[in-house]
Design a protein around this ligand. Structure first.
Ligand code: GLY
Ligand code: MN
Ligand code: MN
Length: 441
């Protein structure tokens, strides 16, 4: 697999300009880096940059703040970041430093992060509106309030503090929802790595293995391609497949178990999100096959709606209708399908929605509804399609043969001008394809 080009500095600069244009000339936008989080004493969780800051700069370091000041004569795009420090860099690796940030990221200006406290009140002064993501990082929220109060304290001396506070996501989420060609290239790469990882797990699986051994197969492939898990890999054998956010990944695979794997790579910040459910021994049992075929039919019905102009909610509605009708046919639900669908009875076996936006965050930003109505699909939107059925081991009134089966089929789809493209194509999906793939290992 050849690596696609990264996002060039000029693209980040264009995004910043577009955001500033939307915010207007009297606004200021403040975007802090994600804080580092302690895992245990002096060791940290792997650092992951805040997606918004990443989207606007590509800057990977913690301890940074991007400030956008539209129309400011002495520079609009300002980055506060850590200074160079040979001693710290010998321990933690290189830093860009303010000078490096200006050169590499195309900032108008950059300052040491330690000067933020001194400089930010002056930048806030005279601006009417502050765009910021309140509540994401409460420590930073308090700092911002402190800087605002410093401006307010100067009112009698003629200072003009901002008086409107707006949710940054209102502007930025809409930008991030529509993926450019450059972004789609990176998302396809994340998808291809994830397809290869799932295929490796399907190839490796044998009854008697442990869930974590399959997790190791997946994540070995991620790392081999310079990717990391976009979220904690879910590997659930047997009834563990019914636990939607299962993450113990410690059980042994019994002969006759299905294995549900929900795992995706993050490549250059962009996530893939794939689920496959396959038999540990290579052959589906009759009830497992019947439910798998039903989930596949729901998946096909949802994908059949994926084109511009269709309401996003139509995909879930199509999947739910197929699942309800099938559950009645199999005897797992009793009653008239239309009635059961209207009452949402399928939720007993299908408690989640059929997908979500996908991008820099696995559950990516962007509104699903506009003015109370499901929004219409448009080219550049990327989302998952992931119907499932879960019959818990203790499900009452259900014949024993169905109990403990959990199945989900999840792919990543981009809306194109005239339809859609499945980014995660090429991985066996149907029971037949999976059995043929496993027989040929
Ligand atoms: N892996 C999280 C999800 O499928 O939404
Ligand atoms: Mn998903
Ligand atoms: Mn998933």
């Amino acid at each position: 697999m050849s690596a696609p080009a990264g996002i060039p500095a000029a693209t980040y600069a264009r995004r910043r300009r577009q955001l500033m244009r939307m915010a207007g000339p009297d606004a200021i936008l403040v975007l802090p880096a994600a804080p580092e989080r302690v895992r245990s004493r002096d060791t940290h969780y792997p650092y992951r940059q805040d997606s918004d800051l990443w989207y606007l700069t590509g800057f990977e370091e913690p301890d940074a703040v991007l400030v956008l000041v539209p129309g400011r004569a002495h520079g609009e795009s300002l980055l506060f970041c850590r200074e160079r420090d040979p001693e710290r860099e010998a321990w933690d690796g290189p830093r860009a430093g303010p000078e490096g940030a200006v050169d590499a990221l195309g900032m108008d200006d950059a300052y040491p992060i330690d000067d933020l406290d001194e400089i930010l009140p002056g930048l806030l002064e005279g601006r009417t509106r502050v765009y910021y993501h309140f509540g994401r990082d409460t420590e930073f929220d308090l700092k911002l309030i402190g800087w605002l109060n410093r401006v307010r304290a100067q009112v009698r001396l003629g200072a003009q503090p901002p008086h409107e506070f707006l949710e940054l996501g209102h502007l930025l989420d809409e930008m991030r929802l529509f993926k450019s060609r450059e972004e789609l290239r990176l998302m396809k790469r994340a998808a291809r790595i994830s397809v290869e990882a799932h295929a490796a797990a399907m190839r490796a699986v044998r009854p008697g293995m442990h869930e974590y051994e399959l997790q190791a197969e997946l994540e070995r492939v991620f790392r081999r391609h310079d990717a990391v898990p976009a979220y904690e890999s879910i590997v659930g054998a047997g009834a563990n497949g019914c636990v939607l956010h299962y993450r113990a990944n410690r059980a042994r695979l019994a002969d006759g178990d299905l294995v549900l794997i929900d795992a995706g790579a993050e490549y250059r910040g962009y996530a893939a999100d794939i689920t496959r459910t396959f038999p540990a021994n290579g052959r589906f049992g009759p009830e497992q096959r019947a439910l798998h075929e039903l989930v596949l039919a729901a998946h096909a019905a949802a994908i059949g709606q994926a084109r511009p102009g269709v309401p996003y909610a139509a995909l879930h509605d199509a999947a739910a209708a197929v699942l309800t009708e099938g559950l009645v046919r199999l005897g797992l639900l009793k009653g008239r399908p239309a009635r059961l669908l209207a009452d949402g009875d399928y939720k007993r076996f299908y408690p989640h929605k059929t997908g979500h936006w996908l991008g820099l965050d696995v559950h990516d930003v962007g509104d699903y509804r506009i003015d109370g109505e499901s929004r219409l699909l448009e080219p550049g939107m990327v989302f998952t399609i992931e119907p499932g059925l879960y019959v818990p081991p203790d499900a009452r009134g259900v014949p024993a043969a169905w109990r403990g089966i959990g199945i989900r089929i999840e792919d990543d789809v981009a809306i194109t001008r005239d339809g859609h493209e499945v980014l995660t194509a090429g991985l066996p999906r149907s029971a037949e394809e999976i059995e043929a793939f496993m027989a040929g290992r």
